[in-house]
Write a protein that binds this ligand. Structure first.
Ligand code: NAI
Ligand code: CS2
Length: 492
């Protein structure tokens, strides 16, 4: 390591203006970094953060508490260049999930009190795409999910992110306190409106007047967030120790970071533009470009690479054939579906993504990216594939990706090595593989008919189904290298 920059945290102020749901790696390396930088530069101390975990992560909550809420973020530009940033802007950490004794809601009262306080003007979320309990295709609330059913029956003791938002907004309405702004920072298209849909639908299950108030009074701006922040590995902690950082709560990420936010904050917000946050009227073009170009590429690497026993993004893009696949996918299948402002350098953006993926100081495991495919693939591939086909284009890369995803859900790679299938629909996938076995002519259509994941209009395109079947056959009989080499099968 040749170039190490160390930036200490600012002193805590005790003033909390933001509550965050989903105290994970990304929150600690993205939103919290922007707000730490903002606090240090502006001296505005009104925007300290209270962060909560609703599902797992109690150890992190307690460890942060024990560390006085101070942790490190290592921002790697490359193997030789890192900024080690102290973060102190998270000033409270709470846990409302199920503890080891099976009890729920240890800190729920404290969280709801914090969210009901007039000092709290913004609530942000990174609870993963599945944390909103929405049907990925239609956006309808999954009322039959056991946790949502609990929150419908027990609105004062919520266990889900939508449930906690409804309960907190209800407290503010009853106290005559104006609502906080809700800013979803998860990788979903139209993420603010999807969060609104989950909250309003859940509120309407118990209190129609509250649902109408939320619909009318609460701002749910959309945002696009971008920083590659892998789950920590032992190697990451070892590298930090070599730099003199012994911090169990540390996170690592790339140096690149971007935050594009719709400017709709009725109770005000940090003046975070000086930290590079881009305030815009409409996030959609930025969000679609990022979800299809970056995340769509990530998912191609994840399923194709995991099937061939490749471990990380760096390992995958080190292969010429996979790098060529990404270029072809980005420029021929994703880019034509985007509606970017005139002059946007899409080719340059694609090359920048390949450069970022090749950052050898990040150990971004493909298995992590492969998680929750049922929640991710609609916005990363499937909506774009349908748009491309309807415009008369072809999508052989995405057909190959879908084939790899289907094969991945079997839980065994092409070499017979087992892997976990971490997805809310994993049990459904297992039953489908059990029912159809090796009969890919039946298995592939069965997966494409999952209308909670695949737009029916895409599943009805015989050319696309045939292309996925053909790719599936090639992958499973000839392997990844051959499948990549035979990518020219026409798709109508
Ligand atoms: P993580 O695994 O470190 O944290 C996941 C967080 O989600 C935890 O706080 C966990 O408690 C919470 N969670 C999971 N399922 C939940 C549920 N059903 N209800 C409530 N909370 C739930 O993952 P990380 O890296 O923090 O990513 C979280 C999200 O941030 C991603 O799903 C994505 O939407 C977004 N994101 C992540 C990026 C990254 O590179 N890690 C980059 C851009 C966005
Ligand atoms: C990744 C994203 O895990 C995944 O699904 O594709 O978390 C990705 O790292 C971020 O969106 C980058 O901004």
């Amino acid at each position: 390591m040749k170039d190490v920059t160390r930036i200490p945290a600012a002193a805590p102020t005790g003033r909390i203006g933001i509550v965050h749901l989903g105290l994970g790696a990304f929150h600690r390396a993205h939103q919290a970094v922007y707000l730490e930088r903002y606090r240090q530069r502006s001296g505005d101390d009104a925007w300290g953060i209270c962060s909560a975990n609703l599902r797992g992560g109690v150890a992190l909550v307690d460890a942060l508490r024990e560390a006085g809420y101070h942790y490190h973020v290592a921002e790697y530009a490359d193997r030789d260049t890192v900024t080690l940033r102290g973060i102190g802007v998270i000033e409270e950490a709470l846990f409302t999930g199920r503890d080891t004794a099976g009890e729920w809601g240890r800190d729920l009262a404290s969280l709801l009190a914090r969210m009901a306080s007039p000092e709290t003007r913004l609530v942000t979320l990174t609870v993963t795409e599945k944390g909103y309990f929405l049907n990925p295709a239609e956006g309808s609330l999954l009322r039959d999910d056991p946790l949502i059913a609990h929150d419908i029956a027990h609105p004062q003791a919520p266990r889900t992110a939508p449930g906690i938002l409804v309960a907190a907004l209800g407290l503010r309405r009853r106290a005559g306190v104006p609502p906080f702004t809700v800013l979803c920072c998860d990788n979903m298209p139209d993420n603010g409106q999807r969060t609104r849909a989950a909250v309003v639908q859940l509120a309407a299950c118990g209190d129609g007047e509250l649902a109408e108030w939320i619909e009318r009074e609460v701002a749910f701006p959309c945002t696009m967030v971008d920083r590659i922040v892998p789950a920590m590995t032992g190697t990451d902690f070892e590298r930090l120790a070599e730099l003199g950082v012994d911090d169990p709560n540390a996170v690592v990420g790339e140096a690149f970071t971007q935050w594009v936010v719709e400017d709709d904050f009725p109770l005000g917000r940090p003046a975070w533009e000086a930290e590079g946050v881009e305030m815009v009227a409409d996030v959609a073009p930025f969000e679609t470009m990022k979800l299809r170009m970056l995340n769509g590429s990530h998912s191609l690497l994840a399923y194709l690479g995991a099937l061939d026993d490749i471990e990380t993004v760096f390992d995958a893009v080190s292969r010429d054939d996979l790098r060529a696949l990404l270029r072809r996918y980005m420029l021929q299948e994703a880019a034509p579906t985007l509606a970017m402002p005139a002059g946007t350098d899409i080719e340059g953006y694609a090359e920048q993504l390949l450069y970022r993926f090749a950052n050898d100081s990040l150990r971004h495991r493909l298995q992590q990216i492969a998680m929750d495919g049922s929640q991710k693939l609609p916005q990363r591939w499937l909506h774009g594939a349908l748009a491309r086909l309807e415009a008369g284009g072809q999508v052989p890369c995405m057909a190959l990706g879908v084939a790899a995803w289907i094969r991945y859900t079997l839980g065994v790679d092409l070499h017979g090595n087992a892997h976990a299938v971490d997805d809310p629909m994993a049990s459904t996938f297992a039953l489908m593989h059990e029912a159809h076995g090796e009969d890919m002519e039946a298995l592939v259509p069965a997966f494409l008919e999952l209308d909670a994941v695949v737009p029916p209009a895409l599943a009805e395109r015989a050319g696309f189904v045939a292309a996925v079947v053909s790719a599936y056959r090639c992958l499973t009989t000839l392997g990844l290298k051959a499948a990549l080499a035979r990518l020219d099968a026409p798709t109508r």
